[in-house]
Design a protein around this ligand. Structure first.
Ligand code: PXG
Length: 288
């Protein structure tokens, strides 16, 4: 596998960074996860825009233009002959001293990995996902805003540990006020009648690119879509619940904390949106 590392395509075993890189020392950096479908990169502009926005919040200078990052992405996909897969963009603060000061790091490191993707088993798309509510609350937007896709993902890792230890693969994360924020690596949606709701990102979630597309697709099939503050009341009383994310796409949630949601199987609206999303990503994107 060839990895893009600071302007070069290098073999995986040569793709190394310094132990003095602040990405490692402090989780100081940003990332993106993007999919390749049918020889096309899905939502490349959106992911690169979010990468730059996350970097901007951290006052991290990437040292490449958006166009250069996009060209490097396509080049990396080509070098690995990928038709379907997953791209991880990483921008770290770069090499510095054993001190927090990011301004002593001269140059950011830019890494692009294009690889195969590990997906949820197909069976879970047929039957739905069981999740728990994590005790770990989502990072406060007033502190490290969850809209920043930073290399410090410990908040989500802590929640994921709870999910796995409870025997499930995902979890719901609440914010400090008890409102629903998102899942550890996905956004959350509730269907009730003809209404589709998802929390606004100020409740403590990433503004998911899948989420935004699904809101558009849902409006196209006649649903009344809104960003609404919600508690678990909305989930307990929902007709359908589903998660969205680059890796998961759209996936039904059928249980929360062992309590059945709706009628305990993927609902008709969720199924329609799974299909509409797959249709979209298989027919759009930037050609490799
Ligand atoms: N919330 C969080 C915390 C995420 O990390 C999403 C929501 C969904 O956003 P997008 O833009 O992807 O619709 C994410 C994205 C992985 C993996 O390997 C996780 C994500 C993306 C790609 C891979 O678990 N999370």
């Amino acid at each position: 596998m060839k990895i893009y590392l600071n302007g070069d395509l290098v073999e995986e075993q040569d793709a190394k960074i310094s132990v003095f890189d602040h990405g490692l020392l402090y989780g100081d950096g940003v990332f993106e996860g993007t999919r390749i479908y049918n020889g096309r990169v899905a939502f490349l502009d959106e992911h690169v825009d979010r990468l730059f926005e996350s970097a901007k919040v951290l006052d991290l200078t990437i040292g490449m233009t958006k166009e250069e990052i996009k060209d490097a992405t396509i080049e990396t996909c080509k070098a690995n002959g990928l038709k379907d897969g997953y791209i991880r963009h990483l921008v770290t603060r770069g090499i510095g001293t054993l001190g927090l000061n990011p301004y002593l790091c001269k140059q950011a490191s830019v890494i692009i990995i294009a690889a195969d993707i590990q997906l949820y088993p197909a069976e879970l798309y047929e039957n739905g996902l069981k999740i728990i509510t994590a005790g770990t609350i989502r990072n406060l937007p007033e502190a490290l805003n969850p809209r920043v896709k930073s290399l410090n993902y410990l908040n989500n890792v802590m929640a994921k540990i709870e999910a796995i230890n409870a025997g499930v693969m995902e979890c719901l994360m609440l914010n400090s006020q008890g409102y629903v924020a998102e899942a550890s690596g996905d956004n959350v949606f509730v269907v009730k009648g003809n209404k589709l709701i998802t929390p606004p990102s100020w409740c403590g979630g990433l503004e998911g690119i899948t989420r935004n597309k699904v809101m558009e697709l849902a409006a196209n099939i006649g649903l009344e879509v809104s960003e609404t503050v919600m508690t678990r009341y909305e989930i307990w009383t929902a007709d359908e619940v589903f998660l969205t994310g680059t890796a998961a796409e759209v996936i039904s949630v059928i249980e929360l904390d062992k309590r059945i949601i709706g009628d305990g199987k993927p609902g008709e609206i969720t199924k329609k949106l799974i299909e509409a999303y797959r249709q979209f990503v298989n027919n759009n994107g930037v050609e490799i």
